[in-house]
Design a binder for this molecule. Structure first.
Ligand code: BGC
Length: 813
């Protein structure tokens, strides 16, 4: 390749600076190319603060899994549109989302960000989200291409996936998004795929740019580039974050040296210029008109609807739900997530909400009215450490929070910057306040804790440098800097080392100081775990025993579902399981709400009356939950992931990274519900499952094919549709999601190929026409390198979940 271009003596290098970022969240402008800086910001759970500042607030949206559980593309598009509005108001041009990777296993630390284990559902909902964001004149950066479902060693691990599986499963949501919503940017994943880093994977990028004719910008994940010629030649257009280390001026130099063809640079510049056109970032250009701006009231309303539509009712014995306030005098609301819910997961993209959010406990209390006594016990102690700022700490001047100071390197005592903050975890991309970028220095957090009596507390610290922890003037801990590997992971994990000490009664001064070397990102964290004197489980059980009914709200903590770390079990924290078991043993009227955004093990599911999956439903969790529990809204969500009975039933359980960091996908394929079907195992709750407050029965289904032909899938577009009749067998109106699963006769395993939500009045019938995805009939032929539609008979199973009986229709292609 170098030789072919060595003859080009004067390549056109105009705009080459566009290919490298300027800083953490902006691309570089090119006056010559007439392109301004373009601001890119996380997403997808809401717009994050560029400076990770708790005062820089925005709305927390439902997580990907929660949106997946709605099975409602229209609603998901509205949520994307609201996110677009939030971005617009904050000067963002491209939102880094959605995450269209598939939660191949519930152990994936980032499963909560993903929509569903099914590539079709993920593609449809992901496209709706992209379309919603982009209708506001911002771009969506759909991420992470591809097979990025493992957080462990995410920068180095190698996803070993058969080409057919890659095309039909893991690339499929991205393909759907490109074909139907055209996201203006695609992000390549950190990991390797079949031996090559995604950012250097010419074959992979060629699928996007050539097979799919993608015309947007292909960007690296943050710090995901390791080489100039390899990435430029493979097809990467933009390196983020800045300042560029491998592209930008180095891209130009590689072209001049003949290592990269000039056409490649022109391709990248053209794509980034097109993005500038689309987002109104051409010099003198105007931003496109937003499609719809919602008032604060409409925003809350939409988030509440999204939360309620995401809830999946898994059990409702004796129709205990909806609760009847007239039959309850004392309602116990127990569990750690009742008063401290998990609104979002622990990615780097943590959203800071404005003010105090309404918790499930607050909202249930309000909804039950003055005649019901609502009492609360947490029942467990938090297993992860809390920010120092959440423990009633004060700065030395008595203001609530902590004193943050930036100092010159050790030896010079000048305080260059200081402020009181209501956080105790800080991140700086590029310049550190008062100090600037790329220089050594120190960051210090000083706070005072007030203890009623002497107690054992764990105190912890960590960050990008060497951190030390001091208690009342005495150093008690020193933590070395982390290995310089996955920079974003180190920052996102905010890992700490802790020490347990007996702290005296009264005021205690805690100081954390971190000395750092020059770096592109600096971060410091200070946390604590206070000792609890009481036995929280006993208190909760005692309350539950005397209540007329109990709502137990358990789940994950924000830090337990996170970027850059996987989990080792699909179980909840064992203390949560113990709490549910103990409460259910003393009160038969127990309703459990699970606030975890992934498939979880529910070993006590048979011993509770009702069970509701609430995911991470965003900031309207409280109100949404109260509305469903009291019957103002009927739950209509359906599982977007299969729930295993035991860890051992998780597809691929026991297969991890080998010594070369290879992960063999074969052990878990086919993934998700197809794995359960193929292995003959039964899921505890299957994909697509969910109850409502009424019953449904599928009465009839008839399939019709119009013009879809077997053979080369590129030959033409035809359609298949299924006409269904559904009966509401209960006494209240409700919504069911009718699902169509299909396979060619002779194939093993059905795949989701269509779905539709159907609203039916009490006792009535409703008819619906479900369009079956024509692309679902394609199979990738690796030898011919093309999509083919197998001829012959196809079975379409119309059902209410992946494991349900359903009605079988046949068509011949
Ligand atoms: C994540 C991306 C994210 C980026 C910027 C990376 O570590 O994998 O999803 O958009 O950081 O925050």
């Amino acid at each position: 390749m170098a030789g072919a271009n060595a003859a080009v003596t004067d390549p056109d290098l105009t705009g080459s600076e566009l290919t490298g970022g300027l800083n953490g969240w902006s691309t570089t402008a090119s006056p010559e190319a007439g392109v301004e800086e373009i601001v890119l910001l996380d997403g997808p759970l809401g717009i994050v603060s560029k400076t990770m500042d708790e005062r820089d607030t925005s709305l927390i949206m439902p997580s990907g899994t929660a949106l997946g559980a709605t099975w409602n593309p229209g609603l998901v598009s509205d949520v994307g549109q609201l996110l677009g509005q939030q971005g617009l108001e904050r000067g963002v041009n491209v939102v880094l989302g959605p995450n269209l990777n598939l939660p191949r296993t519930p152990l994936s630390g980032r499963a909560f960000e993903m929509f569903s284990e099914d590539p079709f559902l993920t593609g449809v909902l992901g496209s709706a989200w992209v379309q919603g964001v982009q209708s506001q004149g911002l771009g969506s950066c759909t991420k992470h291409v591809v097979a990025n479902d493992t957080e462990t060693e995410r920068r180095r691990m190698n996803s070993c996936v058969e080409p057919v599986v890659l095309r039909e499963t893991y690339l499929r949501p991205f393909e759907t998004a490109v074909r139907t919503a055209n996201p203006w940017m695609l992000m390549l994943a950190y990991n390797r795929v079949n031996g090559t880093h995604c950012s250097q994977h010419a074959g992979l990028i060629s699928i996007l740019k050539n097979d799919w004719q993608y015309d947007g910008v292909v960007v690296s994940d943050w710090f995901g580039v390791d080489d100039t010629a390899a990435t430029a030649n493979a097809g990467l257009d933009l390196e983020m974050p800045g300042p560029a280390r491998f592209l930008g001026s180095r891209f130009a130099a590689a072209v001049t040296a003949g290592d990269v063809p000039g056409g490649r640079l022109r391709d990248a510049v053209e794509r980034i210029t097109r993005l500038a056109d689309r987002t109104g970032r051409r010099t003198g250009g105007t931003a496109p008109e937003p499609a719809r701006l919602r008032s604060p009231e409409e925003q809350r309303e939409l988030l509440r609807t999204a939360a309620t539509e995401s809830f999946v009712l898994l059990e409702n014995r004796d129709n205990i739900l909806p609760l009847d306030p007239a039959r309850i005098r004392t309602l116990a609301v127990v569990g750690p997530n009742a008063a401290k819910p998990c609104f979002q997961g622990g990615t780097f993209a943590t959203v800071r909400p404005e003010g105090e959010l309404v918790t499930p406990l607050d909202a249930i209390r309000e909804a039950m009215g003055p005649d019901v006594e609502v009492l609360h016990e947490a029942g467990t102690v938090p297993s992860s450490a809390l920010p120092l700022s959440e423990l009633g700490s004060t700065a030395p001047d008595g203001t609530p929070g902590v004193l943050l100071e930036i100092l010159a390197p050790a030896g010079e005592d000048a305080v260059l910057y200081s402020e009181v903050r209501k956080a105790s975890s800080f991140v700086w991309f590029g310049p550190v306040p008062g100090l600037g970028a790329g220089v050594p220095g120190r960051a210090r957090i000083t706070t005072r804790l007030k203890l009623d009596s002497a107690a054992h507390w764990s105190l912890g610290t960590g960050g990008t440098g060497t951190s030390s922890l001091w208690v009342d003037g005495k150093q008690v801990l020193e933590v070395p800097p982390p290995a310089p590997d996955d920079v974003m992971g180190v920052v996102a994990r905010a890992e700490t080392q802790r020490i347990t000490l007996e702290l005296p009664a009264g005021e205690v001064e805690v100081v954390v100081e971190m000395a750092f070397e020059p770096g592109r990102v600096q971060a410091i964290t200070a946390v604590a775990v206070p000792e609890r004197a009481t036995n929280p489980l006993k208190d909760a059980v005692r309350l539950a025993a005397r209540a007329d009914a109990v709502i137990v709200v358990v789940g994950d903590e924000q830090g337990s579902s996170r970027e850059s770390a996987d989990r080792t079990t699909a179980g909840l924290d064992p203390d949560c399981d113990r709490l549910v078991e103990a409460v259910a043993a003393v009160n038969a009227e127990t309703v459990v709400v699970v606030n975890a955004s992934r498939a979880v093990l529910l070993p006590w599911a048979d011993r509770v009356k009702a069970l509701l999956m609430a995911w991470f439903p965003g900031q309207e969790f409280g109100h949404g939950l109260a509305s469903v529990l009291t019957g103002h809204t009927a739950p209509s969500g359906r599982l977007p992931v299969s729930f295993p009975e035991r860890n051992e039933d998780i597809p691929g359980w026991g297969t991890g990274l080998d010594a070369d960091l290879d992960l063999d996908y074969a052990a878990s394929e086919p993934m998700g519900y197809r794995h359960f079907e193929a292995s003959g195992r039964t899921a505890r709750y299957p994909f697509g499952y969910g109850l409502g407050y009424t019953g449904f029965r599928l009465v009839d289904a008839v399939a019709a094919s119009a013009g879809l032909r077997a053979g080369d899938a590129a030959a033409g577009v035809g359609g298949v549709s299924v006409h269904v009749t559904l009966r509401n067998t209960g006494e209240s109106a409700g919504r069911d999601v009718v699902q169509v699963y299909g396979k060619a006769v002779g194939e093993t395993g059905y795949r989701l190929m269509g779905f539709s939500a159907v609203d039916v009045a009490a006792g009535e019938r409703a008819e619906a026409r479900i369009a079956v995805d024509p692309h679902g009939f394609r199979r990738w032929d690796q030898t011919k390198s093309r999509w083919l539609i197998p001829s012959g008979e196809w079975e379409l199973r119309v059902a209410r979940n992946a494991a349900g009986e359903g009605i079988l229709c046949r068509i011949t292609l």
